[in-house]
Design a binder for this molecule. Structure first.
Ligand code: LLP
Length: 423
């Protein structure tokens, strides 16, 4: 198999004469030695350039969906680059506020916001609440009989089938998210919000799913919502996030600019007068990062397969287990090497499903101690990580212009014991 496709690597990735990979001017093997493995390495210039592309593509407003990857440094970076932030829980809200992102740049999401979370959001003064259901409206009314009304978007389920894994579809009719467009449910929600003293109706929101390559699916969403946006006199129409990225082989994904252009063209051709906004997550961060692991075991089972075990696993990247997602792998010391050895890359967790790359091709001279790298791990890896088997969560470094900044330190055994009140 051929070497790793360079365009799966972060924008500033370079390879020196001996084949060693550098990102942001930092040698990745040196980073692995300094910070240990597993290690998430994010290319700061890549992150900033995707934020700028999103802001240029959606000049009427665009939020970074923090669920894809969140820490103080990322929250602040997206804010500095002009994005709002979508936070979907009290925890994400706290991290954003801790990162000194002004509350009026935060859009609060969630399909089951607790009274406490809503109170936190109102007290902080978030920019908008995206209201998902009538119970949430009850809660907002109970909380704000007194205070000023909060700006809301009504989450609408447009029943558009996005081309993606069914776990990642959110806009089909059978979904826990939003008010159905069908049967007048969403219209009733808009009427209720308009009449309420607790809410100020701003517009509507839809999110059809994630890892969607077909920009036509988003145009279809605009089509499905254009009439309703006009009837409800929405000032804003948010199409959510969901743009896919390439992970493996010959996959190709549209750029953020292509996505924005398609969505806005659909709006124009349908005479949509509402501001069209969006909230990408994955397409901002996924390809900005790689994970560096160290190979600990190479087990050749004659006539069956070769297992390569690394020092992380489903606790830093649960996507292969959850969705059967594919990744590529290569050696940090010989980035451009041919990859001719078929192996299964697994983690260190106590279950057979703990797979990082089910059918990987890596260089034949791979040995124990090598640094193995999986690209495109910047979205939904760190953020969906766990402590399964009490494995310590990896650190995150941001690299830029030859310097590395540790933005999340490695978890320690004392962190693990901090909440355990003992015998
Ligand atoms: N807005 C809303 C309301 C969302 O629910 C999501 C993602 C986004 C925006 C951002 O979507 P993105 O641009 O990242 O596709 N864990 C799964 C993805 C779950 C996405 C959940 N919602 C994965 O690893 O593929």
């Amino acid at each position: 198999m051929t070497p790793i496709r360079r365009d799966l690597l972060p924008d500033t990735a370079t390879v020196d004469g001996s084949g060693r990979l550098a990102i942001g001017g930092c040698d990745v093997l040196d980073l692995a030695a300094e910070f240990g493995t597993p290690l998430f390495v994010y290319d700061e210039q890549h992150l900033r350039s995707r934020c700028r592309e999103a802001v240029a593509g959606f000049p009427d407003g665009v939020a970074y969906a923090t669920k894809a990857f969140l820490c103080g440094a990322m929250a602040h970076l997206a804010y500095e680059e002009g994005m709002d932030l979508d936070v979907a829980t009290g925890g994400e809200l706290q991290v954003a506020l801790h990162a000194e992102v002004p509350a009026d740049r935060l859009i609060f999401h969630g399909n089951n916001k607790s009274p406490l979370e809503l109170e936190m959001a109102l007290d902080a003064g978030v920019k908008r609440i995206v209201v998902d259901n009538s119970d949430e409206m009850d809660r907002l009314e109970a909380l704000r009989g007194r205070g000023p009304a909060v700006d809301v978007l009504i989450r609408v389920n447009p029943a558009v089938q996005a081309h993606t894994h069914h776990y990642l579809q959110t806009g089909v009719a059978d979904s826990k998210f939003g008010f159905a467009l069908a049967g007048g449910v969403a219209a009733a929600a808009v009427a209720r919000a308009r009449a309420s003293r607790a809410m100020r109706f701003i517009g509507i929101h839809a999110h059809i799913g994630s890892q969607v390559y077909a920009t036509s699916s988003f145009a279809k969403t605009i089509e499905a919502l254009a009439g309703f946006a006009a009837e409800s006199a929405a000032e804003e129409l948010s199409i959510g996030g969901g743009l896919g990225v390439a992970y493996v082989g010959d996959e190709r994904a549209p750029s953020l600019s292509d996505w924005a252009a398609t969505v806005r063209a659909a709006g124009e051709s349908l005479g949509v007068t509402a501001r069209i906004t969006a909230e990408p997550g994955r397409s901002i961060v996924a390809a900005a990062a790689v994970t560096a692991y160290r190979v600990g075991v190479i087990k050749r089972i004659a006539g069956i397969r070769t297992y390569v075990a690394v020092d992380g696993g489903m606790s830093d990247n649960p996507r292969p287990v959850l969705y059967g997602s594919g990744y590529e792998a290569f050696l940090g010391r010989s980035t451009d090497a041919e990859r001719e050895l078929p192996v299964r890359i697994v983690g260190k967790h106590c279950e057979s499903g703990d797979v990082i790359v089910a059918e990987a091709m890596i260089p034949e001279d791979t040995v124990v101690g090598d640094v193995l790298i999986t690209p495109v791990t910047g979205a939904y890896g760190h953020s969906m990580g766990s402590n399964y088997n009490m494995v310590l969560r990896p650190p995150v470094v941001f690299v830029r212009d030859g310097s590395a900044r540790l933005v999340v330190r490695r978890e320690t055994y004392s962190d693990l014991l901090a909440r355990d009140l003992g015998v």
